[in-house]
Design a protein around this ligand. Sequence first.
Ligand SMILES: Cc1cc2nc3c(=O)[nH]c(=O)nc-3n(C[C@H](O)[C@H](O)[C@H](O)COP(=O)(O)OP(=O)(O)OC[C@H]3O[C@@H](n4cnc5c(N)ncnc54)[C@H](O)[C@@H]3O)c2cc1C
Length: 287
Amino acid sequence: MIPAVFNYHRPKSVQEAVALLAELGDNGRALAGGHSLIPMMKLRLAAPGNLVDLAGIGELKGVRADGNDIVIGAMTTQHELIESNLLADKIPLLRETSLQIADPQVRYLGTLGGNVANGDPGNDMPALMMVLGASYRLEGAGGAREIAASDFYQGAYFTALEPGEILTSITIPVPAAGHGYAYEKLKRKVGDYATAAAAVVLTMAGGKVTTCAIGLTNLHETPLLATDAAKAVIGTSLDAAALKQAAAAAQAIMSPAADARGPVEYRKHVGGIMVARALQRAASRAK
Ligand SMILES: Cc1cc2nc3c(=O)[nH]c(=O)nc-3n(C[C@H](O)[C@H](O)[C@H](O)COP(=O)(O)OP(=O)(O)OC[C@H]3O[C@@H](n4cnc5c(N)ncnc54)[C@H](O)[C@@H]3O)c2cc1C
């Protein structure tokens, strides 16, 4: 399919981009890597009259340390996340998850900002951002604000982004040294979105879990933080009973859509398995 007619804009600064978006109103849309938006436009599920391409804005690129945080520019590609030595050292979960997104062609252009701003429940990064305690910097013509990833997602394709605002960067507190991490994703084939996926970040001491966060992908209309499931494993050695309890607590908040990836009961069932596997693998990596 061929998209509807649109005008193309390529601002050189955030200031220019937000001024343009404010002027264009409902008729303008930010364009990042285009690997979610362009397919939607080709299917005529989206038909913005104007695309404001963020690719020419250098300040939206890059991964840097800022005290005990890592700050990632919204236009940093998934490929660049995989290549970053800083991330491999400090937040290896990001690399592990990026490698499970689509295929190299998509990852060369698809950006972290586009992945988290899109609001598609099938995107892998949002649940990760929630378990890592990330926050998003949103900038509009009226100024800038920070919002926690856990407060950003309101429904499928509905987020806290106000018209005219763009996401400029993502800030992630560096997880504790020696933390365990895992992203377990069940997909029908290489390059597919998750049938069900779970992200885990935890710490352990003396063989027992001391802190834990669990996130769920594509098991609800928004990414979820499975807080009761995480509580169920704290203080345990992740024995079979604790894993079973955590999987059941996570399943209790899942409400996936029945679609080509399977009926609701199947997706909840495999969702529980992803939670248990992610917990076990994270624990095996904790030091
Ligand atoms: C074949 C294929 C398989 C895929 N498989 C997966 C997968 O397994 N897992 C996964 O997570 N993703 C998958 N994707 C999606 C891919 O990761 C996209 O690149 C990503 O979802 C969107 O990033 P983008 O940079 O391409 O954004 P775009 O497509 O350019 O934009 C997506 C949406 O976000 C908005 N947006 C983008 N950047 C900003 C910003 N900085 N501020 C405000 N709004 C913004 C746009 O206006 C648009 O509404 C797949 C894509 C394809 C084509």
